[in-house]
Design a protein around this ligand. Sequence first.
Ligand code: ADP
Ligand code: MG
Length: 698
Amino acid sequence: MNLDYPITYISGISVQRATLLYSELGIKTCNDLLNFFPFRYIDKTKFHAIKDLQPNSSEVQIVGKITNVKSVAQKRGSRLVATFQDASGSMELVWFKGQKWIKDSLKVDVPYVVYGKLNHYNGSFSIPHPEMELVTEYKKKLQTKMQPIYHSTEKLTNSGVSNKLMRSYIQKLLQQFYDSIQESLSNNIIIDFKLMKKRDALLNVHFPKSQENLAQAQNRLKFEELFFIQLQLVRKKLINKAKIKGFVFENVGSIFNQFYSEKLPFNLTNAQKRVLKEIRKDVASGAHMNRLLQGDVGSGKTIVALLTALLALDNGYQATIMAPTEILANQHYIAVSELVEGMNIKVDILTGSVRTKKRREIHENLEDGTLNILIGTHALLEDKVKFKNLGIAIIDEQHRFGVKQRAKLWAKNTLPPHILVMTATPIPRTLAMSVYGDLDISVIDELPPGRKEIKTVHRFDSNRLSVFKFMKDEIAKGRQVYIVYPLIQESEAMDYKDLMDGYESVAREFPSPKYQISIVHGKMKPADKDYEMQRFVKGETQIMVATTVIEVGVNVPNASVMIIESSERFGLSQLHQLRGRVGRGADQSYCILLSSYKLSEEGKTRLKTMVDTTDGFKIAEVDLKLRGPGNLMGTQQSGVLNLKIADVSKDSKILVAARNTAIDLLQEDPNLEMEHNLPIKNTFAKINRNSKIWSNIS
Ligand code: ADP
Ligand code: MG
């Protein structure tokens, strides 16, 4: 018997059924069916006492007697209500349909087992349309008390493949194939983590005896699932390290040291120092660096980027910094130029709007090596741009560049330049492990000292007048204010109208010439956008009314108030990014989240999270819990969405254990050659053949 056999080997499954199960659920082999896990269970292992019922219990099972049955008139028709009692209290059973038939069949004063979904209304409990069985009948049957419920489709149900039938298929499968289920983990791991054996885990995940038993089975299967993904990622990382050679930056020389002692305008934070150490170790190792640098908005990634670039210069190489927008590239260029002023370092900028003549000059200086650091946008990726010896590419805001584009940079050289990818969208540790598990990750988890926390409040639209008043006070102090409107692609016309209505009401409240207002939105020409932006940057306007185009990177230290209209329509990471536009200067900054009274539970949680914390990593954790991994950046191409049983937003402990186990294992036995690791080797080989678990960065 072999689990790779098609499911027609299971007695009772016809070719026709098998075809249907394949087209509807993708189940082809016995193994597929075995790994088709229930998505929930009906738990009939426990009996509840009426007095212990909780408003949030879902399905409950109670033993008691009916004391009284009556029809109750309601707006339309009537309902049948039975009073149901156990030793601890009483509640109601309710029927809306088939009342006459039910009324005749109910027996008063005879013990029943009832089961159903609990309703809680006005302090009292009821079960509508309960499943009922006389205790005498119930006792005659010996049944599994936890019933698995499987996902199904309309077509399956219509063709007679009920949940009950699925259950019987899987039961038969387990009877026939139980002995051919191979262990996939080594004994050491099973013992270390007190895991259930594979066979038993599969048996019990389908037919658990109790909640505890189910939890153990699930734990084992989750561990296994995450372990093999991590094994893949960690192995890929080790192989790349061993295989892809990189330039060796062995000197920390005069340029780096001169900058550090003479030019660095502040002390680095401990987090910045730690990250620099990690980078220095990488680039001196002879292997190729492929590192992701995560740091919240304002955590000081630019200076780390520059210091890393200087390491390349010290060793005779060039460096490049690539940004997603022209505005950002400009800001980097200005910041870097100022920082290295007076040193013998040539910095330049290349974007789409650089004129041909200047462009030619840049090309020449790049090729003869006189240009040391080139900053720019996508324009850096054009074929004409050829470095003499590019040693490192630093990429800001990683999610805006695809794999192909990065590969293009590599092709410009004999050896690939070291890669440092910087992202300001914090992603939770567990997600980073799953999505970027084959990269090295550095985290700046500390803000420079002296930052004032941005005060964040949530206000309803009806408070707008007091918000306007607050704006006036801040503007009187010389500050500037952003007002941001949502932009959702599907209803662009409506969003545009909201923005214009908003602009008009702001203009009425803040009349010219005393107040000047900038407006920036997606329908404007780039040149007009830039003009308006520049007016705000220069302080000629006090208010910037905008859609989310300002989300990325703009730096106006004098702006201290961020007002977000219809904030309930924004996602958490977007709110966090927007808020990051203020709090860049020395003054106290504020973020005001305006919303209507109509808020979904999720909307409330988002706004509350924003009010409660400014920590991007905490916000990302909440975001992951709210939305699941599927909607977060970078996850689409990774394995985390195809998980059968584990959930990276909930199973972080298991994930960390699985990753550490994979790391330890590969350290001890890189090629899985030791005898006790044979089960792992076999399973791993099979997974690699059958599926594509791969990370999106190669
Ligand atoms: P981000 O990580 O968002 O790119 P930046 O690199 O733009 O952040 O840094 C934000 C601000 O903090 C800049 O004005 C920068 O000069 C300043 N900064 C960075 N590191 C430090 C530090 N260690 N001490 C004080 N200020 C710092
Ligand atoms: Mg930055």
